[in-house]
Design a protein around this ligand. Sequence first.
Ligand SMILES: [Cu+2]
Length: 148
Amino acid sequence: MNRREKITIIIIAIFALAFGYRFAGSVNNANPIVETIPLTTFAEFENKSQNQKKGQGDLYLTAQQWAWLPELTIHSNQDYTLHIATADIQHAFHLEADAMGHSIDVLIQPGREYLIKLRNLKPGVFAIGCTQYCGIEHNKMRGKLIVE
Ligand SMILES: [Cu+2]
């Protein structure tokens, strides 16, 4: 291999690494408004959910066969972090596009807590749905987010 071939290979390698790095970065940032952490216990999550106070920045929502609980009422001029966990099997959270200008879709798997940033909310009543088949009454798994 002569000097020119070596230089060519090195240049190609640098481009390949740079492109690969950028590609990996874009995959990790595919959904920047969602973060996920391991759930210590579901009981702990449920406890936070039951003790949440109206008007707080952290909201807790439980997915279960076949409901989203509790019904949340929040304010349009405030930012929130919506925490979601499932009480049973896998579900998929869907918030209709009208709430924030784009829909939110997050697969909710057991054993994890999902943190979703809610920003620039518009006032209204918005539908929450489950987009993952989760049993016989999957079609009844609806909730709502009330933004005042
Ligand atoms: Cu479901």
